[in-house]
Design a protein around this ligand. Structure first.
Ligand SMILES: Nc1nc2c(c(=O)[nH]1)N[C@H]1C(S)=C(S)[C@@H](COP(=O)(O)O)O[C@H]1N2
Ligand SMILES: [Mo]
Length: 515
């Protein structure tokens, strides 16, 4: 057999070894209902935590909410290359292929057991997976040797040894695919928690939001709806797998600089007088004109009331909220305690229990702060502390510690690059300045003057406001820009700032061709 073909066959055994290792590990993690035991997700999560803040900005800039898919594609390519190397190594210099596989297994194991969600059994899936991988690698390469030896010296036996090799390869591939795909499809944990979530009946709010003003919604095709639907609401988090939290055992603890620690279960939380409040949530990574922003009606218990039960001690100025997955956000204590700001420990989103991706069973929502410093999903602890002592997840990664939202506006229609016909056309979109409120929106065509847009009625100062400008479009190419002014006179500035470290700034513009 030609050296090149031997190389290819041993590379293929390597790839199969990789597939078997990961498939078995996934299967064991699924059977044990231990999603955090998955080596692939463990390594992926470690990568997410280790990459510098600027890199995250680049990735989100390039892929948006597809950032996780991008990470998996990159990881997949890396795994493939390593697997090829391992197969060739084992053929040429045994047992170095096996040793390399074990070494990679140890790296994955370290990643898995250092995750916040890991427990005493988290290492089992990786261990079993690597063991299976070692067996496949060993047997596969042995059979390949037998075949190549026979091909060289005893041609009569070549066909038999070749068959032995190929049968083993085919059977293992089929088995691994079935097991691996089955494991991810079953995903027993998610199914169970989904069932629990669907059975939950949220209580009526003690303080309802009330009907929106009739004039809060503009009838302009293509404008962002006033409320963003749950299934299309933007999702940003560091969690590669959606954390699966059992509401019946979930607890939130208030700890740290408090007179007394408070602990609350999900049932206890639902029994409290809950408040309904519509808040526009926004990600600091949103680019000018981007869509990492959404508006929802949240149902929850005021964080200030929960903190009052614990009694924050003098000197405290921050609440560090922690998620089951280890993510943390540091919010100013004074903001959370404000009487007239509805900061919620939320359990409901647009009339439903929180979707799993949006923090089931409970998350925080704070009007006026970017999500990364306030909106902790799958929250389990509120630690009353100080900014001097503690830092939220993104702060050491180069992001502002405080993160108040900046006034911003977006043109939804016409879309950039659109062709429209001359005459009256509606330029429309949304503007937000959470907890200050939007006072004015202006539109500018080319080098013209800023013209006032018509504002829809506000739901409250905590939500975005729709706006529309009736434009007499003349033929030619035009650039249309928008700027908003918040209720404290904070007009958007004529600058271009990237998201890091404290939120992007700039006028959103679209270019249209009027025919
Ligand atoms: N546990 C956890 N909560 C989190 C995050 C996270 O990475 N992990 N990201 C925060 C960020 S950066 C934002 S913008 C909001 C987004 O909430 P959403 O995904 O429900 O839109 O969640 C916040 N809460
Ligand atoms: Mo964010």
């Amino acid at each position: 057999m030609s050296p090149r073909r031997v190389l290819l066959w041993s590379a293929l055994v390597g790839v199969l070894t990789g597939i078997v290792t990961l498939a078995i590990a996934e299967a064991v993690a699924a059977i044990m209902v231990l999603p955090s035991g998955s080596p692939l997700f463990g390594v992926g999560s470690l990568v997410i935590d280790l990459v510098p803040g600027w890199f995250k900005t680049v990735v989100i800039g390039l892929f948006g909410t597809g950032d996780k898919v991008a990470l998996f594609v990159a990881l997949g390519i890396l795994v493939l290359l390593l697997a090829v190397g391992i197969g060739i190594l084992q053929y040429r210099r045994p047992p170095w292929g096996i040793l390399a596989l074990v070494a990679l297994g140890i790296v994955a194991l370290l990643a898995v057991v250092t995750r916040a969600e890991s427990n005493a059994l988290s290492s089992v899936p990786t261990l079993v997976g690597v063991l299976a991988g070692v067996i496949v690698l060993r047997l596969g390469i042995d059979r390949l040797h037998r075949w190549t030896d026979a091909a060289a010296s005893r041609p009569a036996r070549a066909a038999v040894t070749r068959r032995g090799f190929l049968v083993m390869l085919g059977a293992t591939t089929a088995g691994a695919l079935v097991i691996g795909l089955g494991a991810r499809a079953i995903n027993a944990g998610t199914a169970a928690v989904n069932a629990v979530r669907e059975a939950i009946k949220l209580p009526r709010p003690a303080t309802p939001e009330g009907a929106f003003p009739a004039g809060a919604s503009l009838d302009v095709p293509g404008i962002s709806p006033l409320l963003s639907a749950n299934d299309t609401f933007y999702r940003i988090d560091t969690a590669l797998q959606v954390p699966v939290v059992d509401a019946s055992t979930w607890k939130l603890r208030v700890t740290g600089m408090v007179e007394r620690e408070v602990e609350i279960t999900f049932d206890e939380l639902l029994a409290l007088p809950l408040v309904e409040h519509t808040v526009t949530l926004m990600c600091v990574s949103n680019e000018v004109g981007g869509n990492l922003v959404g508006n929802a009606t949240w149902l929850g218990y005021p964080i200030r009331d929960l903190l009052a039960q614990a009694g924050p001690l003098p000197g405290a100025d921050m609440v560090l909220s922690t998620s089951v997955d280890g993510f943390t956000a540091g919010s100013p204590l004074s903001v959370l305690l404000e009487e007239d700001r509805q900061s919620l420990l939320a359990v409901g989103m647009n009339g439903e229990p929180l979707p799993l991706e949006h923090g089931f069973p409970a998350r925080l929502v704070v009007p006026g702060l970017y999500g990364y410093v306030s909106a902790t999903k799958w929250v389990t602890e509120l630690k009353v502390t100080t900014f001097a002592k503690d830092m939220g997840y993104w702060t050491p990664r180069g992001w502002d510690a405080l993160g108040p939202v900046k006034t911003a506006s977006r043109i939804d229609v016409p879309q950039s690059g659109a062709g429209v016909s001359a005459g009256r056309i509606a330029v429309a979109g949304v503007a937000w300045a959470q907890h200050r409120g939007i006072e004015a929106v202006e539109v500018r065509v080319d080098d013209g003057t800023w013209m006032p847009a018509v504002l829809a009625d506000a739901i409250s100062i905590d939500t975005w406001r729709q706006w529309v400008y009736e434009w007499d479009a003349t033929s030619g190419n035009h650039t249309v820009a928008v700027r908003a002014t918040g209720a404290v006179g904070d007009t958007q500035r004529d600058v271009r700032l990237p998201p890091a470290p404290n939120g992007s700034e700039g006028y959103h513009t679209v270019t249209v061709t009027v025919g």
